[in-house]
Design a protein around this ligand. Structure first.
Ligand SMILES: Cc1ncc(COP(=O)(O)O)c(C=O)c1O
Length: 442
């Protein structure tokens, strides 16, 4: 069941000869042949030519339904008229105007209206930047030095939090006292001493660890991982309650989970964190990130009258292209659009589940907002360690098989992402292709 990797890669290579040539051209001038580190299906990346609605075309002319949506960022698909018009209007006004613009308050108001824990907003260039700055903010606010995060969570690429994002089981340490494992070479020596690792879905263990470290912990960073891990809202509520009780700030990473609904994961869960970090959707498809939270903490960033709070700025932070695209995106995300996306999600979830059952392969399927993950696994994916137990080889082959059939798939925890322009027919084709891929043999 499911073709071999070699057979699938041969089909892929045959469909994408121009991508192969482009990659060969890129190798002498860019590390790995590409402009940014990214995962791709072997043997070479698929070079994209253009997109429209929920479709993308590669440089070989293959058309795909885009089930990656730029890692959830392009929730309205490609070239949404309102977003294009907003960017065009800003382009005509000038690309960088050297001072604040009226767009700033507009997008801040829009975010505040939607998101329970956001009373004030600051823009950055990415979620990574947001996390770097929030790490400084929480230390400044509390006067405490350390941060806690969950094993298997990624909060951007930087030395404050990039630990145990995906540790191997032999590095990860005991389940009830996970190691803090640097995720990258070259990180600041001993930076791991400033980060406490927590396990998802284990309230008793989290309780013990947080109580032990409460006097040195400035904040817990938390990603609810909807559709990526099976984390009940009760666990998220427990994290809110215990951080409140122990005087530790709670920071939500809504970079991806903002796709869960109009108010992000916190809106769906009805939980108010102290601060939140954003990226992806809030830039409307252009580079961007944001920090939001309670006014009493956000006001730290007001350095206009001698206040010495952390300097959170950057040449292109909150640039008007990003703000215009982000604002147009948020405004286009009406209740009707969320209802449409939710209909697609339910259809996909049930359809994939039924297909898997017909074929007789056990899957753990999770879905929320725009995201679906169909993990080949007979046990639920509740944390990073159970994710390590899925049949990752089969998962990879399924995603490649689907891509070969014209469904451009993501990888890992962001494998299937819906967008507003999709129709039931796009989802039905995915379900049919899924069943075919499961049944295909060499
Ligand atoms: C949950 C989460 N947080 C933070 C980031 C970092 O975002 P950015 O790439 O905008 O720096 C990512 C990126 O994928 C993410 O998935």
């Amino acid at each position: 069941m499911v073709k071999s990797k070699e057979a699938l890669q041969a089909v892929y290579a045959e469909r994408t000869p121009k991508s192969r040539m482009q990659w060969e051209r890129g190798k002498p001038v860019m590390p790995g042949g590409v402009i940014k580190s990214a995962y791709w299906f072997a043997p070479h990346p698929t070079y994209m030519d253009r997109g429209d609605g929920c479709y993308i075309w590669d440089i070989d002319g293959n058309k795909y339904v885009d089930f990656t949506n730029h890692h959830t960022a392009t929730i309205l698909g490609h070239n949404h008229p309102a977003v294009m018009e907003a960017i065009q209007k800003e382009l005509e006004r000038g690309m960088a105007l050297s001072g604040p613009t009226t767009l700033e308050a507009e997008i801040a108001e829009e975010l505040i209206e939607r998101i329970p824990g956001v009373e004030k907003v600051r823009y950055t260039n990415s979620a990574t930047e947001s996390a770097i700055h929030i790490a400084r903010m929480v230390r400044t606010i509390t006067g405490k030095p350390k941060l806690a995060k969950f094993e298997g969570a990624y909060h951007g690429s930087h030395d404050a939090l990039e630990f145990s994002t995906a540790p191997s089981i032999d590095q990860a340490g005991p389940e009830d006292a996970p190691n803090t494992v640097p995720a990258q070479p070259g990180m600041i020596p001993n930076a791991e001493d400033s980060v406490i690792m927590l396990p998802y879905n284990q309230p008793e263990t989290v309780d013990l660890i947080l109580r032990e470290h409460k006097d040195e912990l400035a904040a817990v960073f938390f990603d609810g991982k909807p559709a990526m891990m099976d984390i009940p809202v009760e666990f998220s509520q427990f994290i809110r309650d215990i951080t409140d009780e122990l005087g530790i700030l709670l920071v939500y990473d809504e970079t991806v989970s903002f796709m869960a609904g109009p108010g992000g994961y916190q809106g769906e869960a009805e939980i108010k964190p102290d601060l939140s970090m954003f990226g992806k959707i809030v830039g409307g498809g252009l580079p961007g990130g944001a920090i939001g939270g309670k006014s009493e903490y956000m006001d730290l960033l007001d350095i206009s009258e001698g206040n010495e709070g952390p300097f959170v700025s950057g040449t292109f932070s909150g640039n008007s292209m990003t703000l215009a695209a982000g604002l147009a995106t948020l405004r286009a995300l009406t209740p009707d659009i969320y209802a449409h996306i939710d209909g697609l999600r339910q259809r996909a979830h049930i359809g994939l589940e039924n297909a898997a059952e017909r074929v007789g392969i056990p899957f753990h399927i999770l879905s929320a907002g725009t995201m679906i993950n169909a993990y080949p696994s007979s046990t639920p994916v509740r944390d990073h360690r159970s994710y390590l137990n899925i049949d990752s080889d089969m998962f990879e082959r399924i995603l490649l098989g689907l891509t070969n059939k014209g469904n451009y798939m993501g990888r890992g925890h962001m494998s299937m992402v819906l967008s507003a322009p999709m129709e039931n027919s796009d989802v039905d084709r995915l379900i049919n292709a899924f069943e075919e891929v499961l049944n295909d043999q060499d």
